[in-house]
Design a binder for this molecule. Structure first.
Ligand code: FE2
Length: 446
């Protein structure tokens, strides 16, 4: 027996009782706030109504969002549970179920389109917006990360729940499109409305990263830390951003301290946490810092997570960590799996692996092996398409740094010079680029 309830934005929710709908609204609030209790709140929804379709949708999405191969079957089970009640659902709920189904099939573009369809008819559907933005992000479609928010923004009143979160999402999309002035304005507005909006804090941190405003960025992140440190694992990503800024200042001991005390979580195997750790260790090594046994400590977690091809962006990080901790044999095994995925796999990740993921993996292996010329040969032709991996400019910059470093070490001066010129034209105060230019000048006798 179902009754019609509503979500926080007034849209109809199919639920057995008002208690389930209230718990669903609490879950959405916790999800938007990166609350550590989000899972517990979702359990409360199922406690009140084990068959609530949107609760199954939410559970399926949460499993997919974790990016863990072992959890993908659970996402599909949740989708199947939602499907069993599709006939009792509203049109909006059925669209959510369809989009989740596309995601569970690995068709990220179709899933993103599905949530965009929800937004055309239901522009206040915050769940559809969050999921569309997430998928656009991992599809490397920065304009859509920005525009999925821009399209609905005129239809939102500031009094609607989550309006500040909407501004924070818009800020991040603007930043990824290089519109740093508008991005910072929107991000700061969101933080003024809610200093605990970790995504908005993050969007402004990205602006500062891309503009090489290092000291200001550290002050921004640490100044707001009392508000974001209660967040779930996303807080580690803010620490990662802070660590990048210390790294750019040459404060290597502080970066290692942050890694040990605030970034590396022995309990976590979430993909974003692993990517943060891997990326920072690789950048430290590129700066000539001895990272000790940290790759080996990270290694079992990577070994546990690398069995399934969830996102090509994440796979590239796992190849890097595998090569660093276990060496060429283990990495070759993983690269072969990527090759198989590219040749035989279906869905978005297989396509991206075919287009850029495999070549990037081979470039990473070559770089770590010391074959810098081979790294350049693999990475140079795909450098303009690395955005297809998804992730942010700041995250993918690791691979551009690797390419420039490999070109310098391989004596490919023309390539290194061209890439540094392009980098410094956009980021004239970029310390990494200026130092690389010095190395290049010294090496070529200039
Ligand atoms: Fe970020």
């Amino acid at each position: 027996m179902t009754t019609m309830q509503t979500d926080a934005w007034g849209y109809e929710l199919t639920a057995a009782n008002a208690q389930a709908a209230a718990a669903y609204r609490d879950t959405m609030q916790a999800y938007l706030a990166f609350g550590r209790d989000t899972g517990a709140r979702l359990k409360a929804v199922f406690g009140a109504d084990p068959a609530m379709p949107m609760a199954s949708v939410l559970r399926g999405c949460f499993f997919n969002l974790m990016g863990t191969p072992a959890l993908l079957p659970k996402a599909s089970e949740s989708h199947a549970a939602a499907c069993r009640h599709a006939s009792e659902c509203t049109d909006r709920e059925r669209l959510h179920i369809e989009a989740l189904g596309a995601w569970c099939s690995g068709e990220l573009e179709r899933a993103a389109d599905g949530w965009e369809t929800v937004l055309l008819a239901y522009p206040h559907d915050m769940l559809a917006l969050k999921l569309a933005a997430y998928l656009h992000f991992y599809l490397g479609d920065a304009a859509s990360v920005r525009d999925c928010v821009a399209r609905v923004l005129p239809q939102w009143e500031p009094s609607l729940p989550g309006y500040g979160y909407l501004l924070g999402m818009h800020a991040f999309g603007l930043e990824e499109c290089g519109d740093y002035v508008q991005a910072e304005r929107q991000g700061r507005r969101a933080v003024e409305m809610n200093p605990g909006d970790a995504w908005a804090v993050h969007a402004v941190a990205h602006v500062m990263e891309m503009q090489d405003r290092r000291e200001e960025g550290i002050a921004w992140i640490t100044g707001l830390q009392p508000h974001w440190e209660a967040c779930n694992n996303f807080r580690y990503h803010l620490v990662w951003h802070r660590a990048l800024m210390h790294l750019a200042l040459g404060q290597h001991d502080e970066v290692l301290r942050l890694y040990d005390e605030s970034l590396f979580d022995p309990q976590s195997e979430e993909y974003l946490d692993l990517c943060n750790d891997i990326s920072l260790l690789a950048r430290l090594e590129m700066a000539g810092v001895d990272v000790g046994e940290r790759w080996q400590v990270l290694s079992p977690k990577v070994a546990h997570q690398r069995s399934g091809r969830v996102l090509a962006f994440v796979d590239a990080h796992y190849v890097l960590a595998t090569m660093a901790a276990e060496g060429a044999c283990a990495a070759a095994y993983l690269v072969e799996d990527l090759e198989r995925c590219g040749q035989q796999g279906q869905g978005t990740t297989a396509r991206v692996t075919r287009e850029v993921g495999l070549a990037l993996a081979e470039a990473i292996v070559a770089y770590r092996r010391g074959d810098h010329a081979a790294c350049v040969d693999r990475l140079w032709p795909i450098r303009r398409r690395l955005f297809r991996l998804g992730g942010s400019h700041a995250q993918r910059d690791l691979f551009m740094q690797m390419l420039i470093d490999a070109a310098i070490r391989a004596g490919r001066e023309a390539v290194a010079c061209a890439l540094l010129a392009e980098r410094l034209a956009l980021r004239p105060a970029n310390r990494w680029g200026l130092e690389a230019l010095d190395v290049l000048g010294a090496g070529s006798g200039r």
